[in-house]
Design a protein around this ligand. Sequence first.
Ligand SMILES: Nc1nc2c(ncn2[C@@H]2O[C@H](COP(=O)(O)OP(=O)(O)OP(=O)(O)O)[C@@H](O)[C@H]2O)c(=O)[nH]1
Ligand SMILES: [Mg+2]
Length: 184
Amino acid sequence: MSMAQLPENSESEVVFAGCSNAGKSSLINTLTDQHKLARVSKTPGRTQSLNFFQITDSRYIVDLPGYGYSSVSAKTRAKWEKLLETYFDEREPLKGLVIVMDVRHPLKQYDKNMLAWSNYNNVPSHIVLTKSDKLKRGPAKDTVFKVKAWLKEQEYTTSVQLFSSLKRDGVSEVHGVLDGWLGL
Ligand SMILES: Nc1nc2c(ncn2[C@@H]2O[C@H](COP(=O)(O)OP(=O)(O)OP(=O)(O)O)[C@@H](O)[C@H]2O)c(=O)[nH]1
Ligand SMILES: [Mg+2]
């Protein structure tokens, strides 16, 4: 896949990024309510390249391959990385970034890089702490608090929420953010 193959009619798009297995594809499935639309993996690293999902005529959401997946060949990985770099540098319709993290493993180095990029370039970002069903309410809220404190320390404007694909918790909150960015 190359930049030239990306949808030409796109006026606004939102990217979902996050570590491999964080739950990006499950989140997109839950949001769009179309099961199996974005492939959910049993083995990490299933989402290949950039997957575009058309929401309306000129609006898309984009599922990125999970970062940190090591079993693809070095050549494939280098190609993806080049494409992603160009995408983030050049893609005009990009309106916002959803950074998906497993609530049990927040703020990995990759997440921090994405946050730095979005805040530096003034592209809005929103953190979704997913798999919240894996934690009790107290520890989950604690994580939100800690992530917010870290963001404040960095002087980042990124927002944060809890989410569970399993329980469908937090769906309307994500929808609200996306609608704002996509102009829906
Ligand atoms: N309990 C629970 N499991 C979840 C949730 N979201 C995702 N999972 C599970 O986590 C695993 C990875 O989910 P995916 O949605 O494929 O993750 P991904 O980030 O798209 O992974 P890659 O495409 O490999 O980067 C799957 O086994 C999902 O069923 C959730 O909210 N709760
Ligand atoms: Mg995926």
